[in-house]
Design a protein around this ligand. Structure first.
Ligand code: AHR
Length: 505
């Protein structure tokens, strides 16, 4: 089987916004407690943050981490997480039916961000709370000393403002499961007033309004239209979320799901354009895809806690999906979609980062290790920065539930002009046949050579990494790719993920 690709230097999509490689951490299960924070752990630093986890996170070079929720934020009082730790209240978390002793709050989270080399992107509670608490929170985080909230922050150990630039105006407000769920009109009006108020404090803040929780919501995409009609002039991004699942155990259908993701993004791109035209507006609104990942492996085991049959446990095992090899391919395809949609997707957050539907897992008091999906996320974040190329792809395809003709080859290309490097991320979706990928390189001056070729493939789509066998699914360096004149050729094994890097001279 053969697929041909044309990459031309001047045929581009957009400069990729590095923030599409961001992540998300929620006060949920063991994401925070025994995830990033475990004061008794042998690797813990002076702040109680696990050093082994910090190291795995640092390697990913994550631009932003969204915090503290998620559904959790819709009944969260940010004041519970400030001041002396021994005086912080234990609260019941209504989203996940657990309890939280608030040992990590905005100060501890910022310190952790500094440790791992990332920045925080904060979510505001617009579920159980409203405008006044939003304004107080932003003033506490970013306000000058000499004011009530700035002075309180200084008293709590932080003289300088945190200067957080990215703010989410609530979370999944379209979802009936959300504490304080609203109609699109109710939410749109509130979000607009909150946005105006935050801009009165600092007009340079970047604000994200809630779009749909997924493309199957009954209110999608009317929700986006109505919310944007209210907020278009006062926000910068509309947020979308999507989780992927293979419940029917059908790999072909599963690996086609990013076709649906592509349509979801394109639909909201059009909705944004329509509202912009309606308003005769000159400004642009972009998409913040601030929750995405595979999520289904743990659904069954989570039922008891989520139905409230386990009391109010502290940091239980929740949403601990153990990812397999097949999920590597899915995550590779999702990231390819974000690269191909980089003209409109400016922020994206893998959900989540540690233990909870996450690329990094930990054992309490034990090891931290990389799940299978760590690798495609790592490769994209480290090497997928630059100009997204508008590749012309011709590949045989197959019919799946979500689309008639899904190409076996899913590929994206990135040109880092400064380094003179072209990077291709390619997935062969075919379960039995290898794919001969032939890439015609056009407009790139000079001879080229393959400088890196990483492959992930496995005989068992269900193979997983564990604390005792953390390298069961890992990338291998390959040597088969070659360059002849302006043509790059590589054989992609059945069901494989690849990263190919070409140095231009
Ligand atoms: O990431 C897990 C949950 O998924 C988040 O709390 C919520 O926003 C979404 O439904």
């Amino acid at each position: 089987m053969k697929a041909s690709v044309t990459a031309h230097k001047d045929f581009t999509i957009a400069q990729i916004d590095d923030r599409i490689y961001s992540a998300f951490l929620e006060h949920l299960g063991r994401a925070i407690y025994t995830g990033i924070y475990e004061p008794d752990h042998p690797t813990a630093d002076a702040n109680g943050m696990r050093g082994d986890v910090a190291e795995l996170v640092r390697d990913l070079n994550i631009p932003f981490v969204r915090y503290p929720g998620g559904n959790f934020v819709s009944a969260y009082n940010w004041e519970d997480g400030i001041g002396p730790k021994d005086q912080r209240p234990v609260r019941l978390d209504l989203a996940w039916h657990t309890s939280d002793a608030n040992q990590v709050g905005v100060h501890e989270f910022q310190d952790w961000c500094d440790t791992v080399g990332t920045q925080m992107m904060l979510a505001i509670n617009l579920g159980s709370r409203g405008l006044d608490d939003a304004r107080n929170f932003v003033e506490y985080v970013n306000g000058p000393t000499g004011s009530h909230w700035g002075d309180l922050r200084a008293k709590n150990g932080r003289e300088e403002p945190f200067n957080c630039r990215l703010w989410c105006l609530g979370n999944e407000m379209d979802g009936p499961w959300q504490v304080g769920h609203k109609t699109a009109d109710e939410y749109g009006r509130l979000a607009n007033e909150v946005a105006k108020t935050l801009r009165a404090f600092d007009k340079g803040l970047e604000l994200i309004v809630c779009g749909s929780s997924n493309a199957d919501m009954k209110t999608y995409p009317e929700w986006e239209r109505i919310v944007l009609e209210h907020t278009y002039e006062s926000v910068d991004y509309i947020s979308l979320h999507m989780y992927f699942a293979n419940r029917a155990k059908n790999t072909d259908n599963y690996l086609a799901l990013n076709e649906k993701l592509d349509r979801y993004i394109s639909t909201i791109e059009s909705t944004i354009k329509m509202v912009k035209a309606n308003k005769r507006s000159k400004r642009d609104v972009y998409i913040s895809f601030d929750e995405w990942n595979v999520w289904y492996h743990s659904n069954e085991q989570d039922k008891a806690i989520l139905q409230g049959n386990a009391g109010w446990p502290h940091a239980p095992r929740l949403l601990e999906d153990i990812y397999n090899f097949e999920d590597v391919l899915q995550v590779g395809c999702i990231l390819n979609t974000f690269i191909r949609k980089s003209n409109v997707v400016k922020i994206a957050c893998i959900a989540q980062l540690v233990n909870v539907i996450a690329p990094i897992m930990t054992d309490p008091m034990g090891k931290a290790w990389r799940q299978t999906i760590y690798y495609p996320y790592y490769f994209a974040s480290i090497f997928g920065r630059g100009m997204a190329l508008n590749l012309a792809v011709s590949s045989p395809g197959y019919a799946a539930e979500v689309a008639e003709n899904v190409p076996y080859l899913d590929v994206s290309g990135v040109h880092d002009a400064e380094a003179g490097i072209l990077t291709f991320f390619a997935v062969n979706r075919h379960s039995t046949e290898a794919l001969d990928m032939v890439v015609s390189l056009q407009g790139f001056a000079g001879a080229a050579q393959v400088i890196d070729h990483q492959v992930m493939t496995h005989a068992d789509v269900g193979a997983v990494n564990t604390s005792v066998n953390p390298m069961a699914v890992a990338p291998q360096k390959a040597s088969g790719a070659s360059i002849d004149g302006d043509t790059l050729s590589a054989k992609l094994p059945p069901l494989s993920y690849q990263m190919l890097r070409v140095k231009l001279s």
